[in-house]
Design a protein. Sequence first.
Length: 282
Amino acid sequence: MRKILLTGAGGLVGTHLLPLLNKDYEVYTISGKNISSNNLKIDFSKEWNAQILPRDLDIIIHLAQSENFRDFPSKAVDVFNVNTTSTLKLIDFAYHTGVKTFVFASSAGIYGNSDSEFDEATDIVYRSEMGFYLATKQCSEIILDNYSSLLQVIQLRLFFVYGKGQRKDMLMPRLVENIRRGIPVRLQGSSGITINPTHVYDAVRAIKASLSLSGSHKINIAGPELLTMKEIADTIGGIVLKQPQFIFEETKARDLIGSTSDMSKKLVKPVTRFKDGIGDLI
């Protein structure tokens, strides 16, 4: 049976992915929680030695990211260590120990915003307004690009993943809580930005499918529907039986939409509609 190392196994995506992997692989996890019998408690924010990792891995799936992503500059070193230094140490370990496939969870935010959808051929240009967290994700992609001819590197750009068990400070749980409490939702323009949020069910199916690819790839992981923030808030309000309150800002909304063409062709087609997925979260 092939062996996988799964980092960030205690997060939203990790906890939903682990049961799928356990069916076909021997899985080692890295998490602060005792998520599996083969769990390694490694704190990526501190110095750690890759030599404690299993030497006969076939695949590494690197989902871990810093929980302090909003705390810049006070937690800048922590964020960089978790989001970027760990990527370099893991991919270097993978190369030197013969790991065949390295899967990395990147962020759609590195694209920026636009009036049209982004596909994987879009040039990623650093912008000062990107912020430190997204800069660390872009740094990781640049590092992985340099290894992509040496082993199979799959970089997955995730678009607004949500689902049951998600941390309450993330976008969708915060929207749910604000609408329940009557806290106004701020919108750019009359309806806010348009996104295609991804239910965790579609995200984990795509990640598992990526393990069957040949060669190195960059692929968007996004949902099947284009929704404005107002439509998202109204859908949530209908489920929690609370009319959302809004504050409309005069600034023009610029969207963050991911093409799902490559995802559908190479991995799986996203199928979870938002009204069903958000009901599961709530």
